[in-house]
Design a protein around this ligand. Structure first.
Ligand code: PRX
Length: 706
């Protein structure tokens, strides 16, 4: 594709210059294809537009319904679509009870605590059933919760988290899990927004070898929530080590209760699963973003469950006898859909890991995989890059065999993809690159692993029953294979789509539909494309390449550069382990690029590597994208889920205040980076410049990581 210098026509707003090289296809082996859940290409025909929406019956039929639905899709109140109307089901029943007849003694979860000497815990389906029932009884009888009430969790990666989720689902109570790495204040805002009367938390958990005090955040959360008018009646506190208490904060009399103590009254209690309408909300998942009112994506029971069961079966190729490990946190949507609800609906074994990926060393994940016989592995590019950086040869030392691996969360650089394939997957595992977001419940883009070949860096075609379109700024369709990028939208509703933003229906319409709606009076779904918020380009073979969030684009002298594209170019330099591109406000060119780079272990920073980085961008993209500075730093500031927090380094590059860094996994490194960059900038004669409020906002909210 064209180098920037060769691109004559000026690009419209929605377009991002695209310079990806076309990658070669790779094919899965016969052994994989032979056992795959979907290996007949006719499946695409079954889910073609002509069979929409009834095609999604196939997903819904993977579930047990208490009452079958009468209307597959109701579009009478756009864009508040309703799926499987008239149907009733219970998510907890579908994930637990229905497996008892054939799988009672099979592991539902295998929990691996972070301390390597601690015992791995196996939770069989029978035991899960008992514990979910006991917790449901406690929530109902001790807390007085009933269908439609909301409960907030601020729980780490322990089996008690899915147990609480399934206990809520059993009662029809709406759960809202806040990622444990988030601050007490962030949790408090979400408690208030959701109107939760109960908070469930844990005293402490392990991370990077330390037992972190977590209950302290509950007190902060309650202070913030109460300040915002919330009325929280009870805080339920699990104990990471039963009988012990590892928090410096006292238990507040009459408000805080240890779950293990209260539980004594509910042992062996049974609670009938409540048959919920398909349209009843199952949970809220707050999306990232620290400014403004939090945005709680509301997911349904029937549509969501059908969608995650179907996509888990066909795209992750989950069979009941697999040992599946999704190395993500349940505190984000990936964990809800593809650690808990999807895999359990299919009755498989799902591995939970408590701690940091490379603790105590980067061989840890592969030891776990070998010991547990994991055959499906699912993680994010950030974790893959970290493991590649810290232990590039570790996977080869371990005797595991993955049949399938998944990558999710951000575009994966082809260089990193190849390491994942060759080293982690030992050249044998099929890879799916699944593109989607919190709002969409499940996958939107991915290859069907036994049917479509892999192409590094591309997620593949859209998933079954998803019909995307790429629009330019004026709403004109960008042609496939034109090499032009635009805003990717999904033309049709699908069962996994969020129902609304909790309590903010106008914001829901505004954020996702206002931009490209053809006719606001129309009741025809064709008039309501869903704006995903990503820039994308479609190759002639129909595969999509995702360029990152629309708001993460850096506009240099009118050229819209996707951060991911810049970073991918830099990763072609063998010394580079991680790269992050950020904008610097520039009087002449609007924005210029600055590149932050972390090197492979053992390498020294130096002018030579800086030059190689600049050269890589010039060759792969063009001179206009040449970074003003390349900063070689020891590590990137990252969220606890491992995403690089670009807003922090963007602020440093612009001499702006870095803002709240308490949610970072490694806040200590920020000051060092700031000092290094300020010093070198001063030496290079760069002085701070006054930023307008709008510019400051752009810089301080750059990226979507937190
Ligand atoms: O930009 C896309 C990127 O992650 C965004 C959604 O983030 P979140 O709601 O936190 O959900 C992450 C887990 C689904 C998207 O807008 N993204 C996610 N998966 C991919 C991706 N970008 C490229 N390729 C992917 N596979």
């Amino acid at each position: 594709m064209a180098n920037l210098e060769e691109t004559e026509a000026s690009l419209s707003e929605a377009q991002i210059a695209v310079h990806w090289r076309e990658e070669e296809y790779l094919y899965p082996g016969a052994r994989f294809i032979g056992q795959a859940n979907a290996s007949d290409p006719a499946i695409y025909e079954r889910f073609s537009e002509e069979h929409f929406p009834e095609c999604f019956r196939e997903y819904a039929d993977l579930l047990d319904w208490d009452q079958y639905w009468h209307t597959t899709l109701d579009t009478s109140n756009p864009p508040f679509w309703k799926w499987f109307v008239g149907g009733r089901l219970n998510a907890s029943y579908n994930c637990v009870d229905r497996h008892l007849a054939t799988k009672a003694n099979k592991a539902a979860f295998i929990w691996v605590p972070e301390p390597e000497g601690d015992q791995t815990q196996i939770v069989t389906y029978r035991e899960l059933h008992r514990r979910v029932n006991e917790m449901a009884a406690l929530l109902r009888d001790f807390c007085g919760l009933k269908a439609g009430d909301r409960v907030t969790f601020h729980m780490p990666m322990v089996p008690e988290l899915p147990i609480c989720m399934l206990a809520c689902a059993r009662l029809g109570v709406v759960h809202s899990e806040v990622f444990a790495g988030f601050s007490g204040a962030a949790c408090g805002g979400r408690i208030a927004d959701s109107g939760s009367r109960v908070l469930i938390t844990m005293d402490a958990y392990y991370r990077d070898g330390k037992l972190l005090d977590h209950k302290v955040k509950a007190d902060e959360a309650l202070a913030v929530a109460t300040g915002q008018g919330a009325q929280v009646e009870k805080v339920l506190v699990w104990r990471r080590r039963p009988g012990e208490y590892h928090s410096a904060t006292p238990m507040t009399e009459g408000r805080d209760f240890f779950v293990d103590e209260v539980m004594k009254d509910y042992l062996r209690k049974q609670v009938d699963p409540v048959p919920m309408p398909a349209e009843a909300p199952l949970f809220l998942m707050y999306t990232s973003g620290t400014t403004g009112r939090p945005k709680g994506a509301q997911h349904s029971t029937g549509g969501y469950m059908a969608y995650v069961a179907g996509t888990s079966k066909y795209f992750l190729d989950i069979h009941p006898d697999d040992t599946y490990w999704c190395f993500a946190d349940i505190g984000w949507i990936t964990g809800h859909s593809y650690i808990v609800y999807g895999p359990l609906a299919l009755g498989t074994t799902s591995v939970l890991y408590e701690g940091a990926p490379a603790y105590p060393d980067p061989g840890r994940p592969w030891r776990i995989a070998e010991r547990l016989g994991v055959d499906i592995f699912h993680t994010a590019p950030t974790t893959i890059r970290m493991l590649r950086k810290l232990g590039p040869d570790e996977p080869g030392k371990h005797n595991y065999r993955f049949k399938l691996m998944c990558t999710v969360g951000e575009p994966i650089e082809p260089e990193v993809w190849r390491w994942y394939h060759e080293v982690v997957g030992k050249g044998a595992a099929a890879i799916v690159d699944t593109w989607w977001m919190t709002e969409t419940g499940g996958f939107l883009g991915s290859t069907l692993p036994a049917i479509k070949p892999m192409k590094p860096g591309s997620c593949g075609p859209s998933t079954l029953g998803i019909y995307p379109v790429i629009y330019d700024e004026e709403g004109k369709t960008v042609e496939a294979g034109s090499g032009k990028a635009g805003n990717i939208c999904i033309r049709n509703p699908w069962p996994g789509i969020m129902q609304t933003i909790w309590g903010q229906p106008e914001r829901f319409v505004q954020t996702y539909y206002a931009r490209y709606c053809h006719d606001t009076a129309s009741k025809d779904w064709h008039d309501w494309p869903f704006l995903c918020g990503d820039g994308a380009v479609q190759a002639i073979d129909g595969y999509y390449r995702i360029l990152g969030r629309i708001d993460d684009v850096i506009n240099v002298a009118g050229h819209r550069l996707g951060t991911k594209e810049l970073e991918s170019a830099v990763l072609t330099v063998p010394e580079v382990a991680e790269a992050a591109a950020v904008p610097v406000i520039d009087e002449v060119r609007g924005r210029v690029v600055e590149m932050y780079v972390a090197l492979q272990p053992g390498l020294q920073a130096g002018r030579e590597i800086e030059d190689k980085v600049k050269m890589a961008i010039e060759t792969e993209i063009g001179k206009v994208a040449r970074p003003k500075n390349v900063w070689i730093v020891p590590d990137m500031p990252k969220t606890r889920s491992g995403k690089i927090m670009r807003r922090v380094i963007a602020s440093i590059s612009n001499f702006a205040d870095v803002g709240d860094i308490t949610t970072l996994a490694n806040p200590d490194i920020v000051e060092g980076i700031r000092r290094q960059v300020y010093k070198q900038k001063t030496e290079r004669g760069e002085a701070p410049r006054e930023l307008s409020a709008k510019e400051l906002e752009e810089i301080q909210s750059f990226g979507r990581a937190d």
